[in-house]
Design a protein around this ligand. Structure first.
Ligand code: TPP
Ligand code: MG
Length: 816
């Protein structure tokens, strides 16, 4: 590699430097392997719950690390511990801290114990939740477990480089150096069977972005061999049509064996140069890798691999072959002297011994750091229980608890809390200072420990949505009424001219300005990169946005209709919604997803699956504005904040008339705040989105039968009614009906839970609370399909009337 390679970089290295680098690499590989071996033992002896390691894939990761530069991003999966060690972002002790699930972000920088080991991340945010200078550090977007889910965001990370290079106004040195950054992906061979892999590969080819995707090919996906995974059992072979050539743009594709250290370094250098300089995506198919310990700690690969395969894997272990190469390497210099990496095997054995010692020490240190705080807590509790026992009639029981707790060898926080709370039950009828002390200790314990497991679902920075106060739209004296779409469009226009880092993209979003003309003319005005068309690929539209937002841009990803959000829902749920939580606040992606939905007609153009969305997307703000002014106000709010959000515009609202505000881009709809749009006395009607219009249309009819309703617009499903305004209304009306067009038990049940349980509204109800929603099936097509599928004006009238009939049957006579 050293003398044969044509790379100038390598020629410049003196042999001694080169030798040091090779031996350091070998040491890293051996340390990593030792971590895998000891890690498995920690699981089998019960100290850790589950282990999935990078054994058998060490050597190509050394090569990838060499080509990886500051500012670059990794988007990979659970095999990449060697890479993380090689770039200096994972120490052996941190590896074990993660394995034990140390709930402290300093100890386990990957996830503060929230993720299983093997899920890697670096810190993009400082202690205030603000972006650090990402060009001065190595970056790894936080891994997630669902196979191939690292693909969509990988595209966005790469796409950001393209934007940073092409758009002069974006030259923020914190985020990019002229778009030179590569998005480095890794994926297992079997996971390339997933749709998201192919969708991303195609999109990156279309967009021509600096993405280098390595396939770690060990011929298996757990127990299932390549034969059942990949056509021709060969992913680079079937992707050959993506190879760039004289017919057009595409990929550069490399195939290399995973044990060939020298060749790997060469390939990764070439790949890096192509991607970085030309912004061409590269696929590196790394073959002949192994799994020396099987897939994970949950099983043994002897069960499904043949004897021959197991022997082959031993012979092709990448570290063994690297070792042979180092041992055998010889070079004759100009003075005819023979240069070697090592003079005897002893030198390699010493490196291996040192590595073993180092990893063992790291394991011990990690265990001490994980268990020490718990030991202290345990001792405090034992003392409290002893004191309590002395004063209690149930002394024997409490002493037993104390002794049982004392006898647990590897105590967990769960043990501590569980014993403490059991003790409280024994003294429930007693009074003593010791009991109060234990009660106080328990509540302090929860206060301190619970956030370690539950913090950072949403932003805690000064840009969190809760910080935003409402700014009302203002109007000229003789304000004209315009189509709703004009308000959306003019507001986007104001936002685009104000914020140079805002981008909107989606199917038909560019050239024609979206299917409902809310972006008409904006591509012409702001260019094809700011307002752009994408292929039909919802999962990677979302991923494109996630990756861009992780690199400091403000993307608005458009999903054409709410019904098609389902294609992107998995990535929204698994990736975007968990990002801030799973990094304990160290990464964020304030992506805005724009879509339109509700009440059009037909099974796939009338969607309102808000319950499903609300439940799957905790961690994302879910906003359901009733008109375009409200929607525009939400966009304005979100661009002043750092949280992700989904905005569902009303599909039937683009042509409804609204007053055109004169402070476009500035007025702000607050998030988590309901609005009472009509005051009333008899019943509180809670609803959102398109349904509100129908409810408003029934007001006159209800008035005629002497029913005066109060209407509350939810506006924001997540978060819902932070100020608990709904219960105040119910205190006045004593009755509640929730109306939406989701399935029964969908978002209406969510709202009912919020109102009855969280706001304690049950105390003020004089009638049974009612939810009126659509039928369980999707909405049938046409006017009649809608009438018989979704709550209509008569359904609403009758549901409300029936509640009043129950209250006063003589005044409100039965209708049927
Ligand atoms: C969507 C999804 N399906 C199934 C799994 C369970 N699972 C975890 S790893 C794995 C096999 C992956 O094999 P491959 O991509 O070849 O990676 P390797 O583990 O061999 O490196 C499976 C099926 C998962 N994590 N996510
Ligand atoms: Mg595999």
């Amino acid at each position: 590699m050293y003398p044969k390679s044509s790379s100038t970089n390598q020629r410049q290295l003196s042999f001694d430097q080169f030798k040091k680098e090779v031996l350091d690499d070998y040491k890293t590989a051996v340390i990593s392997r030792e971590c895998s071996l000891l890690g498995r033992r920690e699981v089998l002896t019960g100290k850790a719950k589950f282990g999935i390691f990078g054994g058998g894939k060490e050597v190509p990761q050394l090569a990838m690390a060499k080509a990886f530069k500051k500012g670059d991003f990794r988007s990979g999966y659970y095999r990449d511990q060697t890479f993380m060690m090689a770039i200096g972002e994972l120490t052996p002790q941190q590896f074990f801290n993660g394995l034990y699930a140390h709930p402290d972000i300093e100890a386990d920088p990957m996830s503060a114990g929230r993720q299983m080991g093997g899920h890697f991340a670096t810190h993009s945010l400082d202690e205030n939740g603000h972006f650090k200078n990402l060009t001065e550090q190595y970056n790894s977007s936080a891994d997630i477990s669902p196979t191939a889910s690292q693909m969509p965001r990988m595209l966005g990370i790469a796409y950001a480089s393209k934007l940073f290079r092409k758009i002069q106004d974006l030259k923020d040195p914190k985020f990019s150096n002229n778009g030179n950054e590569i998005s480095w992906g890794t994926i297992g061979n079997a996971s390339t069977s997933e749709g998201m892999f192919f969708e991303t590969i195609n999109a990156a080819g279309v967009l021509q972005v600096p993405m280098v995707i390595s396939v770690w090919d060990d011929d298996y996906g757990i127990s299932v061999p390549a034969k059942f995974q990949t056509t021709k059992e060969n992913i680079s072979e079937v992707l050959k049509g993506f190879q760039r050539d004289e017919n057009g743009n595409g990929y550069e594709i490399f195939v290399v064996n995973g044990w060939d250290y020298a060749k790997l370094i060469d390939v990764y250098n070439k790949a890096s140069k192509i991607a970085r300089e030309e912004h061409v995506p590269v696929l590196i198919h790394v073959k002949e890798l192994t799994q020396p310990q099987g897939h994970s700690t949950s099983g043994s690969h002897e069960r499904y691999k043949s004897k021959e395969r197991l022997v082959w894997e031993k012979q092709h272990d990448c570290i063994s072959l690297m070792r042979d190469w180092i041992f055998e390497f010889e070079l004759i210099d100009e003075n005819n002297e023979i240069l070697r990496f090592v003079d005897s095997e002893e030198e390699l054995i010493r490196i291996e011994k040192d590595a073993k010692k180092l990893v063992n020490q790291a394991r011990r240190d990690a265990w001490t750091s994980f268990t020490n705080p718990i030991k202290e807590q345990k001792n405090t509790l034992l003392k409290l229980l002893e004191n309590l026992a002395l004063k209690s009639e149930n002394r024997a029981f409490i002493l037993k608890l104390k002794n049982d707790l004392a006898s647990i060898i590897d105590t967990s926080r769960k043990d501590i809390m569980s014993f403490a709370r059991k003790a409280i039950v024994y003294v429930r009828n007693e009074k003593s200072i010791e009991k109060t002390q234990l009660q106080n200790w328990i509540s302090r314990y929860f206060k301190e420990e619970q956030p370690k497991f539950s913090s950072h679902l949403y932003s805690q920075s000064d840009k969190r949505v809760a910080q935003i106060k409402e700014i009302l739209p203002t109007y000229n004296e003789n304000t004209e009424l315009v189509d709703g779409r004009i308000i959306i469009k003019d507001n986007f226009d104001a936002l685009f001219s104000e914020h140079k880092d805002v981008f909107i993209f989606g199917e038909d979003a560019g050239n024609i300005g979206d299917v409902n003309q809310g972006l008409v003319g904006l591509q012409e005005k702001y260019g094809k990169l700011r307002v752009s068309d994408t292929g039909i690929r919802e999962a990677t539209i979302i991923g494109q946005g996630i990756g861009m937002a992780m690199r400091g841009l403000r993307p608005i990803a458009e999903i054409q209709y709410l019904d098609y959000l389902l294609y992107g829902l998995q990535i929204l749920s698994d990736d975007l919604a968990t990002l801030h939580y799973r990094t304990a606040g160290k990464q964020k992606a304030p992506l805005i997803i724009r879509t339109r939905g509700h009440r059009l007609e037909g099974i796939w153009h009338s969607g309102s699956p808000m319950g499903a969305i609300v439940h799957l997307l905790r961690g994302i703000n879910i906003l359901v504005p009733r008109n375009m002014t409200k929607a525009a106000g939400f966009y304005n709010t979100l661009l002043a904040c750092d949280e992700p959000a989904l905005i569902v515009e009303n599909l039937n609202g683009y042509r409804l008339k609204e007053k055109l505000p004169n402070n476009l881009g500035e007025f702000m709809t607050p998030i988590g705040v309901v609005e009472t749009i009509k005051e009333g006395t008899e019943i509180t009607v809670v609803s959102y989105g398109s349904t509100l219009k129908i409810i408003e249309d029934t007001v006159k009819d209800l008035n005629q039968v002497d029913i005066n309703i109060e209407i509350i617009d939810v506006q924001s499903l997540l978060p819902f009614d932070r100020n608990h305004e709904v219960v105040k209304s119910i205190q006045k009306t004593n009755r509640l009906i929730i109306i939406d067009e989701d399935v029964p038990g969908g978002a209406s049940a969510y709202l009912l839970n919020e109102i009855l349980e969280k706001q304690n509204a049950y105390e003020f109800l004089d009638s049974k609370p009612v939810t009126l929603s659509a039928k369980s099936h999707r909405a049938a097509y046409g006017t009649d399909g809608d009438y018989f599928s979704k709550p209509n004006a008569e359904d609403i009238f009758e549901s409300i009337y029936n509640i009043m009939h129950e209250v006063n049957p003589s005044k409100y006579k039965s209708l049927y």
